[in-house]
Design a protein around this ligand. Structure first.
Ligand code: PGA
Length: 253
């Protein structure tokens, strides 16, 4: 099996009510119908997961969540468990997005706990890593990413991580309109694969998907996808409009 089927994932962040999400998802399903060579995922807010699940069922669009809490159930007011996500129809879960690290005290340690919960519940984790502008300027990009990957994946064996997806999202490129050049992305993706190789072996490093995220648009996706270590994209702003997102999915046309 080739695990590196390109994945184009939409992160809707805190946008869209249930009704708006259903409308968007229904339109997207129509626009990308028949897509076979690309995996497509959308991650609506929690409140829209169940209704959107009904819309995408049987289509080529998969459902993902934007976060999870690591306990299965309990007195954790305001949290959502992996079991709940699975029963709402989720196949994927985004973990450790930079906005969660920045605004909600997410750390590499909590990322690791969420990763364990995702893997134990058969959710495909999309683990986000990325450096800030300051870290890039001070040439700390590689050391930051090395730490994020190692700590995020601590305690796992390569067998646990077969379905892992990593999203490289330079914080300076998220929602700013500044995209990393395809060569900057390739350089980092290649580095991430070398970190995986050192820690989990060549087989895993070669087989997992590494997505690029940060101001991906219909006009830059094709160039990014020419890079040998770029296996898809995690798209924020441009995933909210189904016409625009479908153009990213259909970047080959
Ligand atoms: P953006 O967001 O595409 O709006 O830059 C990407 C992300 O945060 O996942």
């Amino acid at each position: 099996m080739n695990n590196r089927t390109p994945l184009i994932a939409g992160n809707w962040k805190m946008f869209k009510t249930g009704i708006e999400a259903v409308k968007t998802a229904a339109r997207l399903v129509k626009l990308v119908a028949g897509t076979t060579d690309i995996d497509v995922m959308i991650a609506p807010p929690f409140t829209a997961l169940a209704p959107v699940s009904d819309i995408v069922r049987g289509s080529c669009v998969s459902l993902g969540a934007q976060n999870l809490f690591w306990e299965a159930q309990g007195a954790f007011t305001g949290e959502i468990s992996p079991v709940m996500l699975v029963s709402a129809g989720c196949k994927y879960v985004i973990i450790g997005h930079s906005e969660r690290r920045q605004y909600f005290n997410e750390t590499d340690e909590t990322v690791n706990k969420r990763m364990q919960a995702a893997v134990n519940n058969d959710l495909i984790p999309v683990m986000c890593v990325g450096e800030s502008e300051k870290e890039r300027e001070s040439k700390d990009t590689f050391s930051i990413l090395d730490k994020q990957v190692k700590k995020g994946l601590e305690g796992f064996s390569s067998d646990d991580l077969e379905r892992l997806v990593i999203a490289y999202e330079p914080v300076w490129a998220i929602g700013t309109g500044k995209t990393a050049t395809s060569h900057q992305a390739q350089e980092v993706h290649q580095f991430l694969r070398s970190v995986l190789e050192k820690n989990f072996g060549n087989m895993l490093a070669k087989s997992i998907r590494i997505l690029y995220g940060g101001s991906v648009k219909p006009n830059n996706i094709a160039e990014l996808m020419t890079m040998p270590d770029v296996d898809g994209a995690l798209v924020g702003g441009a995933s909210l409009d189904p016409e625009i997102f479908s153009k990213i999915v259909q970047f080959k046309k």
